[in-house]
Write a protein that binds this ligand. Structure first.
Ligand code: SF4
Ligand code: SF4
Length: 142
């Protein structure tokens, strides 16, 4: 009975205070400022050089230059951030939010929209041929 009396203040305090746990996933998670979440790509600036693919320690990135496709396996990514530092165009960034769990690993592919080839520059107009000087009038001998 004495032990029960020792617990009573703690029980009463917890009964009338807010829970220390969060109601996740019903309420969205608030990530700390410097948390490492997931890699995002800005395809507009990516030049498909493949440096990120060659630098990724877990082999999570594939760059298919002929098909202008950048692919990442987020289940293999360890959020080291190395790809973001080697990208010469700063197209990669690490942003809050994690890959949701799933039953199968899958890859996310992003296809760079093809820009239309610029129209060939118009050839400069050929200079007009110089006008031939008019024939000198023949002298009338009559
Ligand atoms: S390193 Fe940067 S520019 Fe090169 S393929 Fe990767 S994301 Fe694109
Ligand atoms: S954050 Fe690290 S593991 Fe993830 S894709 Fe970039 S280099 Fe690879």
């Amino acid at each position: 009975m004495a032990q029960l009396m020792n617990f009573a203040p703690v029980v009463l305090k917890n009964l009338f205070s807010k829970p220390v746990t969060k109601n996740y996933p019903a309420e969205p998670a608030v990530y700390p400022e410097r948390s490492r979440g997931h890699v995002e790509i800005d395809l507009d600036t990516c030049i498909m050089c493949g440096l990120c693919m060659r630098s990724c320690p877990s082999g999570s990135i594939k760059v298919d230059r002929p098909n202008a496709t950048w692919t990442i396996n987020r289940f293999d990514c360890v959020q080291c951030g190395y790809c973001t530092t080697v990208c010469p165009k700063k197209s990669l960034s690490i942003n809050p939010g994690y890959q949701e769990p799933g039953e199968e690993k899958f890859e996310a592919s992003y296809v760079k929209p093809q820009t239309e080839a610029p129209a060939p520059a118009a050839k400069p107009a050929a200079p007009a041929p110089a006008a031939k000087p008019a024939a000198a009038p023949q002298a009338d001998n009559q």
